[in-house]
Design a protein around this ligand. Structure first.
Ligand code: KG4
Ligand code: ZN
Length: 343
């Protein structure tokens, strides 16, 4: 029953966690920088790396303290190697290398997307997974549809050709004058809105398992322009929309995006005859997405508990667990891979 300390710093959360057996969370500490980045309207990479440096040590200390275990009781140290922001990844990697060097413990580099996949395993007493399963990863940086046939065995069916789903939420949130991150803000605003008010386009990209959200984003932009006639381009960001318009725009945008994500994923699940659909990544926190999956799916759909949808280190430990059991041991000269693909 391995006990793994994992560190995650790929974007704007500084996180450390201790997980036993890939399923039992002993601690899961996340220091979010979102409030800081909100003032820039998005993640500011240099600020992110500096903030990681400031809090990484106390965050790791807290994860060990909450788990009530010293470093010496760990079986391995795991860390996110990529994909992510280079300057941010390096902070986590260096911390993990230092701990591994000092303790002599095995060191394991993990793919952040594989971490999101394994967030689905972080529930005790869940029914065992029967492969193949279809994985929809929807985060701020990625939208990927993946067939998983065994632990660590993935086939990529498709992904976004332009914006990731979370990125579309964030950009449209900005267009609507909502705070960063746009996903939760749009979900909240949409609750008071009518999703059928605006007929925004759905890019089905038939005969492929790919997605595209840039047309949808542009359609929202034109609708916003229409509702604020006479505002020059240079003043658009500073000129707020009439707040009364925001809920319908948010609900109609969310409905269009959710329609395509769910429709294509459910179709792929039928086509490939999977036993289950797994949804992971920040956007899987969205309640409209979960509700639509429940309405359309013809097989069970698993979504992580809310606090495990967005970035955290417990999911990195869960992915590292099966790699540890498979014998993966990395050298301490392991480099960051900012564009590392899962498959
Ligand atoms: O997985 P994640 O924490 O970080 C990346 O690996 O990118 O995902 C962050 C993304 C952001 O774009 C954020 O707007 C989106 O997840 N997000 C949501 C919700 N909560 C977070 N999108 C829609 N609805 C939500 N409730
Ligand atoms: Zn993520």
């Amino acid at each position: 029953m391995p006990t793994i300390l994992a560190i995650e710093t790929s974007c704007d959360e500084t996180a450390a966690a201790v997980v036993q057996d890939g399923t039992r969370i002993l601690s899961n500490v996340v220091a979010s920088q979102a409030a800081k980045h909100a003032q820039f309207g998005g993640v500011f990479p240099e600020v992110a790396s500096r903030m990681h440096v400031e809090v990484i040590y106390p965050v790791v200390q807290q994860a060990l303290a909450e788990a009530q275990l010293p470093l010496a009781r760990m079986d391995a140290i795991a860390v996110t190697r990529g994909p992510g922001l280079p300057g941010s990844l390096v902070v986590g990697l260096n911390m993990a290398k230092g701990l591994a060097l000092g303790s002599g413990l095995p060191f394991i580099g993990v793919n952040h997307l594989e971490g999101h996949v394994y967030s689905l395993w972080l529930v005790e007493d869940t029914p065992p997974v029967r492969f193949p399963v279809l994985i929809l990863i929807v985060s701020g940086g990625h939208t990927e549809l993946i067939l998983m046939t065994d632990h660590g065995a993935y086939t990529r069916l498709g992904g976004t050709l332009d914006d990731a789903a979370g990125e579309a939420f964030d950009k449209v949130g900005r267009l609507l004058g909502l705070p960063y991150p746009g996903g939760p803000a749009i979900e909240n605003a949409a609750r008071a809105g009518n999703p059928t008010t605006h007929k925004f386009p759905r890019a089905w990209l038939e005969d492929t398992w790919n997605f595209s959200f840039s047309g949808l984003k542009t359609a929202v932009l034109y609708e916003v322009k229409k509702q604020r006639p006479g505002v020059p381009f240079s003043a658009e960001l500073e000129t707020p929309l009439d707040p009364a318009q925001v809920p319908d725009l948010a609900a109609s945008f969310q409905a269009a995006l959710v329609d395509v994500l769910v429709g294509k994923t459910v179709k792929a699940a039928g086509h490939f005859g999977v036993t289950e659909i797994f949804v992971a990544g920040g956007v899987s926190a969205n309640r409209a997405l979960k509700a639509e999956f429940e309405r359309q799916a013809t097989c069970p759909v698993r979504v992580p508990p809310l606090r495990l949808c967005t970035d955290n280190a417990a999911m990195i430990a869960a992915a590292a667990n099966f790699r540890f059991l498979n014998g993966q041991r990395d050298q301490l000269n392991l480099d960051a891979l900012p564009n590392w693909r899962l498959v």
